[in-house]
Design a protein around this ligand. Sequence first.
Ligand code: FAD
Ligand code: NDP
Length: 466
Amino acid sequence: MEAVYVIIGGGIAGISCIEAISLLDESASIILISATPFVKAVTHINPLTKMLAEFSVEEKPFDYISSMFPSVNVVIDSAIKIDPVQRTVTTSTNKIVNYQKLCICTGASPKMIATDCDHVFGIRDIDSAKQLEEKLKDAKRIMVVGNGGIATELIYEIEGVEIIWAIKDKHISATFIDPGAAEFFQDRLVQKDKDAAATVVKTVKYTVGEGEGTKCTGAALGPHWHDRINLIAKNNASKITVEYEVEVSRVKFHGEDGENWPVYVELTNGKTVGCNFVVSATGVIPNSETISIVNGTFDLAEDKGIKVNSLMETNLPNIYAAGDVCSASWPTACHWFQMRLWTQARQMGSYAGRCMVESKRGEETIVDFCFEMFTHVTRFFGYKVILLGLFNAQNLDRNYELLLRVTKKNEYIKLVVSDGKIQGAVLIGDTDLEEMCENLILNQLNVSEFGEDLLNPDIDIEDYFD
Ligand SMILES: Cc1cc2nc3c(=O)[nH]c(=O)nc-3n(C[C@H](O)[C@H](O)[C@H](O)COP(=O)(O)OP(=O)(O)OC[C@H]3O[C@@H](n4cnc5c(N)ncnc54)[C@H](O)[C@@H]3O)c2cc1C
Ligand SMILES: NC(=O)C1=CN([C@@H]2O[C@H](COP(=O)(O)OP(=O)(O)OC[C@H]3O[C@@H](n4cnc5c(N)ncnc54)[C@H](OP(=O)(O)O)[C@@H]3O)[C@@H](O)[C@H]2O)C=CC1
């Protein structure tokens, strides 16, 4: 088999790459090698600003992609070997696929605190989400380890069990938010108040295809993944205890509490907690070493991602990478940095597709505007959360000040200001400030003259910047 463009992986990065290639070169032959018969498609795009968009992710059967783009052939199989000299990919059933340009979009896998225990698991795809649903049915007490996206969502969504939340930091959800925002969310930790939250936030529905039951690791879940599984147990009163500034030192099967929990977790603060199971929500490891390479090796970053330059090229000729599997290794714009998010998987996939086509045509590629500034929109504790630029003052040392506006239970707004210019923003709730903040970060206008009026709700500051 052969094609001009071959893509490995049918997650958001892979499908966005195919869409971009198909739009730029309608007749180009494309082969998608997908380990699962379902692929991810981005739908219902709702632009919030020039750079920020909400969208849905739908799980579609693989033939959807060939029906949308007739020049795409899908091979349902796992790629196991790449030969960059022969320009071939070999699959697990020994199919050999020749390429001119190859893009690796194989995603990432959960990084686990323990790999040899059935009672400790991570969440990545719909199968692992179903496993959580199943185990929750009989659970009385569970532990969630980690302080990022998955932990923050689970703590809010799971009910009817006791949850011990073990985090390394002094405040909750530290991967995304600062201590002030954590304080704002603290009420929701005790009183979930989901009905009130529902009125505050507009939601975009995430749908999961019926019938997915393959043994292969599927694409990563995305926003609203928990809407399709039941996370409400009825075995215990809902209770959340946060163990701050701890790590797991040991997982074992016996405790001294006289009870008979399936698993016991020893924490670095000296406590041992017995529970039904542990969710290891401790980040991801890129799937960069799951395919063997003959006649070459990939340069990997410290986080194990395949290093890519500003054209999404790896160090091996004609091989690109995009999404969770890659690590951006170019001198990035000062307001952008990589986080393994579906927004970035989509942006990187689309851009890699453009880079591949332009390289094939011998055209020059201009780096995509989306890499000028970090943007992310999500939902935590029932609130819309928008993160822009250096939202946590990343790389600013202590050389910055914060402008804050907080209305309890309603909104939390934080602007990061350095040298009189806005460098980043956290917007929680329906603030309608995203456009103004985005413009100010991109334009780097000096806002010193406005001082705290920048966040004065009685002054329509946007008029000044139009
Ligand atoms: C529970 C959960 C919730 C999340 N929520 C959010 C959120 O709210 N917002 C957000 O921005 N991000 C979120 N993310 C992160 C986001 O889902 C990922 O960053 C994004 O989906 C990565 O896309 P990808 O295409 O790079 O990888 P993936 O979606 O992992 O796709 C990789 C694909 O490659 C296939 N594959 C792997 N190896 C091979 C092989 N050898 N041969 C063939 N195929 C192969 C896999 O089967 C898979 O289909 C969440 C992640 C999880 C796990
Ligand atoms: N709404 C959203 O935007 C969501 C996004 N996601 C994305 O999905 C992916 C997986 O989510 P998740 O697993 O939550 O990953 P995240 O990277 O979001 O968070 C991982 C967390 O685990 C901590 N951690 C790492 N190792 C350990 C350890 N050994 N013991 C205790 N804590 C540890 C990290 O701390 P430290 O950083 O200090 O190492 C960090 O707080 C991520 O790419 C995430 O961005 C997931 C769900 C929702």
